[in-house]
Design a protein around this ligand. Structure first.
Ligand SMILES: NC(=O)c1ccc[n+]([C@@H]2O[C@H](COP(=O)([O-])OP(=O)(O)OC[C@H]3O[C@@H](n4cnc5c(N)ncnc54)[C@H](O)[C@@H]3O)[C@@H](O)[C@H]2O)c1
Length: 398
């Protein structure tokens, strides 16, 4: 993607939450976009000073304001981002990368302070919150984009393209799998895994991808969970969660998720999608792209060059260029915001309404949130079917 296109009005960026996705994807993308002139000043607000200190080491040489700093490294400051917001300068975009259950207050505070927002998927965990966010964004004429990066994976875009041309016909059924190594609930998300699940955390990617490809809305959901290995090690998070989703045209998608793959799995995430349609089939392994490595230091690596990987910069091969759909999905909204920042309020409103048709703004991101909420409702009620009302509120089928 050409990051030089919008150099007129660099966007200041405040990243809230300095964990895994910020360190591995968000900040490398933002710093690279700053070098290209798309981004202005960068700030990071997290809960612990230690997190900010770790990021300073990881991104040595990159300037950014950090919140909190100069405090007890491990003390928790959940409201620290509010101080950062007070100092944050327009034109600005707040990138929300907090745990799933901490998205809504940060998004609403960012909108109230007059900023546009990019939020890591899922938008939030409750349909009521998604409507509150949509209403606040509409009232304040702000742009709120959910980072569903699979929409930028060419393997998924290709399915959408062929579906849109009619070559595949109409969706009948399909299955998606997305499963992660056990380090996720045990180490990386040790603090909050039991407040989410493998479905809410990653399964929602494929719910969104199916909605993106077909344009269909979900009608009915039944979900199942298992709690065995994690229970045996005293962890309250569920091992695996599966859902059967029936869509408005009667198509059915089965989504299988877990986060207990062995440590030796050669990639963090196994994932893929199969779709059977009236005129054809789509099948893609989104983890194994047939470009794998085995090295003495790195062991066996199932390598996905499309996600977000370092390459030699074309002009200066001693420098690293990060490329891939993980970053594209942050650059697209930054480019949108750059365009919105140079038009009148009326034109901004018109453009956001147009983006709403083609981007995961709240009306589209609502689908992933609604299915997430339905899955939890079903799992906690003996895997009963859950249906949706017109505003996508889930309720147990009677
Ligand atoms: N786009 C993707 O595909 C993708 C991939 C991974 C994660 N995610 C999403 O990104 C978000 C973060 O995931 P992660 O993997 O980085 O998790 P993480 O646990 O590694 O990081 C979350 C960070 O947020 C901080 N935090 C918690 N409460 C806070 C608060 N009140 N104010 C400021 N910071 C706070 C934590 O201290 C931590 O540093 C989640 O919503 C997750 O679902 C998206």
């Amino acid at each position: 993607m050409n990051t030089k296109a919008a150099t007129i009005c660099p966007i200041n960026v405040l990243v809230v939450g300095g964990g895994m996705i910020s360190a591995e994807v968000v900040l490398p993308t933002v710093f690279q976009a700053r070098r290209a002139g798309l981004v202005g000043e960068v700030s990071v607000a997290s809960r612990r000073a230690q997190t900010v200190a770790d990021l300073r080491k990881l991104f040595a040489g990159e300037e950014f304001d950090g919140w909190p700093e100069d405090r007890n490294a491990d003390a928790s400051h959940p409201d620290c981002y509010k101080d950062a917001l007070k100092k944050f300068k327009h034109p600005g975009c707040v990138i929300v990368a907090t745990p799933d259950h901490v998205h809504t207050p940060v998004i609403l505070d960012a909108i109230a302070a007059g900023f546009d927002v990019i939020v890591q998927k899922p938008l939030c965990l409750r349909v009521a919150e998604a409507h509150r966010i949509a209403a606040a964004a509409a009232k304040a004429n702000r742009y709120v984009y959910t980072d569903y990066h699979k929409r930028h994976d060419k393997a998924v875009r290709a399915a959408k393209y062929k579906y849109s041309t009619g070559e595949l016909g109409e969706a009948l059924c399909g299955h998606a799998w997305i499963e992660e190594r056990r380090e996720m609930p045990l180490k990386i998300f040790g603090r909050w895994a039991d407040r989410s699940s493998s479905f809410e955390y990653i399964g929602c990617h494929y719910v969104d991808a199916f909605h993106f490809i077909t344009g269909l809305r979900p009608m009915r959901v039944a979900a199942f969970k298992q709690h065995k290995f994690l229970k045996s090690v005293g962890n309250k998070a569920w091992d695996a969660v599966e859902a059967v989703i029936q869509w408005e045209n009667d198509a059915v998608l089965y989504v299988q998720t877990s986060w207990v793959l062995p440590d030796s799995n050669p990639n963090l995430t196994n994932q893929g999608l199969q779709l059977t349609c009236t005129q054809g089939e789509y099948f893609a392994n989104h983890a194994d792209r047939n470009s794998n490595f085995v090295t003495q230091t790195g062991g066996v690596q199932r390598y996905n060059p499309h996600f977000f990987k370092p390459y030699n910069d074309w002009d200066d091969p001693t420098k690293t260029e990060w490329v891939g759909y993980g970053g594209d999905s942050i650059l697209q909204p930054l480019h949108d915001i750059a365009r919105l920042n140079v038009v009148s309020d009326a034109e901004r409103r018109r453009m956001i309404a147009a983006f709403e048709k083609t981007r995961p703004l709240p009306q589209q991101a609502l689908i992933g949130t609604a299915v997430n909420e339905a899955v939890r409702l079903s799992v906690t009620h003996g895997s009963r079917f859950v249906v949706f009302d017109k505003k996508m509120y889930p309720k147990l089928e009677t």
